[in-house]
Write a protein that binds this ligand. Sequence first.
Ligand code: AMP
Length: 267
Amino acid sequence: MIIFKSINKLNKEVNFKADIGFVPTMGALHQGHLSLIKNSQKKSNKTLVSIFINPNQFNNKKDYKKYPKNIQKDLKLLKKLKVDYVLIPSIKDVYANKSKKKFKIGKLNKILCAKYRSGHFEGVLSVINQFIKKLKINKIFLGEKDYQQYILIREFLKKNSNVKTILCKTIRMKNGLAYSSRNRLLNHKSIKESASLILKVKKLFNLLKKNLNNKSIIKNFINKNKIFNIEYLELRNKNNLSKKINKKNVKIFIAFYIQGVRLIDNF
Ligand code: AMP
């Protein structure tokens, strides 16, 4: 495993003709990240993992500051998986020659996470743009847990590159809660409560699929689960996130706060 702290150095030493799979992360690695990496290793010749907490995608300074970090543990995990290349760039390095590109995310800017985290996805696309401009990767592996992010990156890359986007399924703990770096900010009780909410959402989704027009079910659910401070709970079309849903294309999306931490998930 070769660790690079500079993008230039990586570009000099890595042969990009070798079909490279890219797994961008913000570190504090967990089973979800590891499954993305394993997927890339199956489908690519070489795998490059980046660890970069992108300040541009945080719409809240406190959230940025308290974001979990554990580089030494991360490197151990990556070494164990025999990852080929790890990139841990500085902010200056990533945003050197900052492009003036404006990231328009159109209709998707007004829904789900974008509605509540102003500027978040523009920040995500700006870092992806820097990476794909500077690294000649072939494929990028993204998790289903962050589904809106996946859709936005997929559309962005379709328009602006030849990079292929590969969606990897959400990995969950035994109790049903999706692995997330932010789970590390929660105590045991909050983890348990979040898991029970997620299981209830899954059941609700199965019920809703039988009657997609019954809007009061969602309203009642939010009212019954007030302790969670649900930010949104919505049904959307998985192809384009529109509200034109049917039994085949529907997905349910949730964002909620617990112990001051914001978690998202979808089924
Ligand atoms: P992050 O480090 O949170 O920016 O996530 C890096 C990548 O890992 C993103 O593509 C996420 O969607 C993905 N990811 C995060 N959690 C999970 C999970 N539980 N299962 C699968 N992928 C995940």
